[in-house]
Design a protein around this ligand. Structure first.
Ligand SMILES: [Zn+2]
Length: 157
């Protein structure tokens, strides 16, 4: 399959109502490779890798799964909560495997930034370097994510 055709198929699965109600593209008209390249450039600016962001999200989500009411405060800074719902999602890139439907909400007490993500958000960032189209439900600018997920000291490296 050529790249153009591949992208058309993936984009179709990212549209509202295909895999999720809201879809993954928001009102972004750029191609997937343009979106990914722009975010990648942003990460480079902060000297960070997608794996670090994905690992950090997994760490926070796992911490909520370990406690009774799925609510936890970590390091006195991060208020984290997960809610799960029935069902599962498949990757719009056509990966096998289904992802649990949960949503994690994190608020950073130091800067009051709140971000939310799902298992799918983490997978798209980690495996596809895709943060979502502008205006889509779970999209945050890489800078916002970094500010929410890491302390200022940790961000300077
Ligand atoms: Zn995938």
């Amino acid at each position: 399959m050529n790249e153009e055709l591949k992208e058309i198929k993936i984009r179709a699965r990212m549209m509202p109502g295909a895999v999720t109600y809201d879809g993954f593209l928001g009102n972004d008209k750029r191609s997937l490779s343009e979106i990914i390249a722009a975010d990648n450039k942003e990460l480079e600016r902060f000297n960070r890798y997608v794996e670090e962001i994905a690992d950090r999200m997994k760490y926070f989500t796992d911490a909520t799964f370990d406690v009774f009411d799925n609510k936890v405060v970590i390091d006195d800074i991060y208020e984290v909560e997960s809610t799960s719902s029935k069902g599962n999602l498949s990757c719009p890139y056509g990966h096998g495997g289904l992802f649990r439907k949960y949503e994690t909400t994190l608020t950073n007490r130091k800067n009051n930034i709140t971000v939310k993500w799902t298992a799918m958000t983490i997978h798209l960032i980690e495996a596809h370097h895709f943060f979502g189209g502008k205006g889509s439900h779970y999209r945050y600018e890489p800078e916002t994510l970094l500010k929410a997920l890491f302390t200022e000291a940790e961000r300077k490296k």
